[in-house]
Design a protein around this ligand. Structure first.
Ligand code: FMN
Length: 163
C-alpha cells in the first residue's frame, strides 16, 4: 500500500485508504484525478530559507506558494521533482506550512527535501508534483522527535513515489 509505514494518515494517490473523507465512499474517490485534487503540480524558483534544514540534516529547497491559486492543505506530502538545471527525476519529501516547531518569519512555504540530491539550487526552477499526503504538520515534544519523524517520512516517500 502507498505510504504503508505511516500510521493514521489518509493516503491519496493511486490508492485511497483509511477514513478521512466522510460523506464520499472510497470507490467513488479512486476514480477521480487522484482524489482531493492530487496530483497537484507547481513550478517555482528556489528561494533561500533560514538554513535550519541543513542543521537538521534535511536541507530543503523552498518555494513561495503560488499567488492567486489555492494550495493543498498544510501537511507533509510525498512528491516527484524535476529541476531545470539538472536532468533527472527525484523523490521529494514536501512540507507545506508554517513550521510550528520553530519561530520563523517566512510564513507559509512549500519546502522540498530532495532525496539523494546534493547541489546548490538557489535560483533554479523546480517542478513539483504531489503524489500522496502523509500527515499533518505539527509541533513535536523536541526537535529530535521531529528529526526522527522526518526520517520516517523519507522512507514513506520512497515507497509512495515511483520515479
Ligand atoms: C518531510 C518534512 C516534514 C516536516 N515536518 C514538519 C513538522 O511536522 N513540523 C514542523 O514544524 N516543521 C516540519 N518540517 C519543516 C522543517 O522544520 C523545516 O524544513 C526546517 O525547519 C528547515 O527550514 P529552513 O530551511 O527554512 O530553515 C518538515 C520538513 C520536511 C522536509
Amino acid at each position: 500500500m502507498l505510504g504503508g509505514a505511516v500510521s493514521g494518515g489518509t493516503v491519496l494517490g493511486d490508492t485511497v485508504s483509511g477514513g478521512g473523507i466522510g460523506l464520499i465512499d472510497e470507490d467513488s474517490v479512486v476514480g477521480l484525478e487522484g482524489g482531493a485534487g492530487l496530483p497537484f503540480v507547481m513550478d517555482g524558483v528556489v528561494i533561500r530559507g533560514e538554513q535550519r534544514g541543513r542543521q537538521l540534516g534535511f536541507p530543503t529547497a523552498n518555494l513561495r506558494p503560488p499567488e492567486n491559486r489555492a494550495l493543498p492543505p498544510n501537511g507533509v506530502y510525498a512528491g516527484r521533482v524535476t529541476l531545470d538545471r539538472f536532468p533527472g527525476r527525484w523523490v521529494g519529501a514536501v512540507n507545506i506550512g508554517v513550521r510550528p516547531q520553530f519561530e520563523t518569519a517566512l510564513g507559509l512555504l512549500v519546502e522540498v527535501h530532495i532525496l539523494d540530491f546534493n547541489g546548490d539550487l538557489y535560483g533554479s526552477r523546480l517542478h513539483l508534483e504531489l503524489v500522496a499526503w502523509l500527515r499533518d504538520e505539527r509541533r513535536f515534544d523536541s526537535v529530535d522527535d521531529l528529526v526522527a519523524q522526518i526520517q520516517r517520512d523519507l522512507e514513506a516517500c520512497r515507497e509512495a513515489v515511483p520515479l
